[in-house]
Design a protein around this ligand. Structure first.
Ligand SMILES: [Zn+2]
Length: 85
């Protein structure tokens, strides 16, 4: 699996995730350390679930995630079919 991370905002060098902290079901903070020894920047970034692209088959009723526009359109189309029955 590919690990996606930001480059160092100061020198654009690769960074390494040093630790993470779960803030909520939908958000995590990650501490990154720049791997350029001439830079040494350490910073915190966030990883957040923003929207659903495909619905879960086992949705958690306590989790609320925005739906992407195409999912909303697909749901509206399905509901319209029931109205015509
Ligand atoms: Zn750097």
């Amino acid at each position: 699996m590919r690990v996606i991370s930001l480059p160092c905002p100061h020198c654009q060098h690769r960074v390494r995730a040093a630790k993470s902290r779960t803030m909520s079901t939908l958000m995590k903070e990650i501490t990154y350390m720049c791997q350029n020894p001439e830079c040494g920047h350490t910073f915190v970034a966030s990883l957040e679930v923003l929207r659903t692209l495909s619905m879960s088959a086992i949705p958690n009723p306590e989790v609320r995630i925005h739906l992407s526009q195409h999912v909303r359109n697909a749901c509206a189309n399905q509901l319209a079919l029931f109205k015509n029955d």
